[in-house]
Design a protein around this ligand. Sequence first.
Ligand code: PLP
Length: 460
Amino acid sequence: MNHEDLRLWSKRAADWAADYHATLRSRPVRAPLVPGAVFRELPAAAPDEAEPLEAIWADFERIVPGGMTHWQHPRFFAYFPANAAPASMLAEQLVSAMACNGMIWQTSPAATEVEQVMMSWLRQSLGLPEGFVGTIHDSATTATLSAVLTMREQALDWAGLTEGLSGAPVLRFYASAETHSSVDKAIRVAGIGQANLVKVGTDHDRAMTGAALQAAIVADRAAGLRPAGVVLCAGGTSVGAFDRIADCVAVAKAEGLPVHVDAAWAGSAMICPEFRDLWAGVEGADSVVFNPHKWLGAQFDCAVQFLRDPGAQVRTLGLRPSYLETAGREEIVNFNEWTVPLGRRFRALKLWFVLRTYGLDGLRARIRNHVAWAEKLCAQVAAIPGVEIVTSPRLSLFSFALKEDAATEALLQRINDDGRIYLTQTRVDGRFVIRVQVGSFDCREEDVMLVAKTISDLMR
Ligand SMILES: *Cc1c(COP(=O)(O)O)cnc(C)c1O
């Protein structure tokens, strides 16, 4: 295959993509779960001889789509969305054609400079104050890891980087139990140790309060431990919890601790000013992560981290060996110095395409619809006999359950085997509940209301 062949096959792929999206509603959202079905279709080793693309394409069509869970399905209500707006797919095609590695400025100045401008556009769109600058990671997990490593090194006066942690004091971090497991992972990977991530208790609203945070810090200081940083939850994955950001930031500031805010899902909603009360006080944080690849439509992967001052993170993660220098241009930004990996994809292009194609108004209209439809749907689900709403809508996320865990679990199974919609579970105070989040880029009101119909059809 050469580039002339690619010209033809790309057109075929574009047609395939259009047909795929046009027929999504007729497909079951979640893949039929038959372990090994795809595995068994593939030869055990790579071919020695070249194969014709016709054969590869035919196998693709025969084997792959039927084994996919369709994340772009308009009736995907599971987890959180991983939206791919058509404009972002187009941008990714162009990125794929150029296939750059934007690890430093000179390895593609456009990749770095578009990223800088997109970070400024997004900062303004979210209502974050001037002064915050941003970069793009592959995932919120990596952004949170970067923030935790930075907070660790600030607490150790950068000795951890050179001396390691074996002789270092025990550092303590604070987060509520509503934060995502990526915080636990970051704490483990950063060598802090799970036991030193203090899960601060939450109030009736599943929020960490300033008072609870303060008490945890004071207790640790009294025990001779060294508080090092706070991670706040702005839109928890389980049921959408928000910590009391302003109060917690104030406590952290008074205690001299840096703050990272995880708004991976809910951050996108902050392009709508009316939702910003939920994270009021965020402007006092040192680091904020949100995933445009979730609700905003800039397809996976695209996780944005805003930093009040990138200096500490660059000091923690940045290395500039001679083979990565750009002679005579020491002042330019090399984004790899802000992140864990060296190599980086040109992820900013899809943001540019998405923000321009739909405009902030178009993106806001979608998110506002999702929130309004989630509320309407919640009322319909509440009216189904035997169903209890366990957590009411936080933005576009709510949860429900039947009386007994086993019955709820069996209902979820029936719903997902049915295929019209896809929902997933979580636990709320130990109880098995079904989550519903509305956020698919192309969903319509009737797609959302079909959730209530499906549930009542399958209640027995
Ligand atoms: C999805 C999510 C994450 C993890 O995101 P990745 O980009 O997949 O690492 C972290 N925190 C919250 C609140 C999330 O919703």
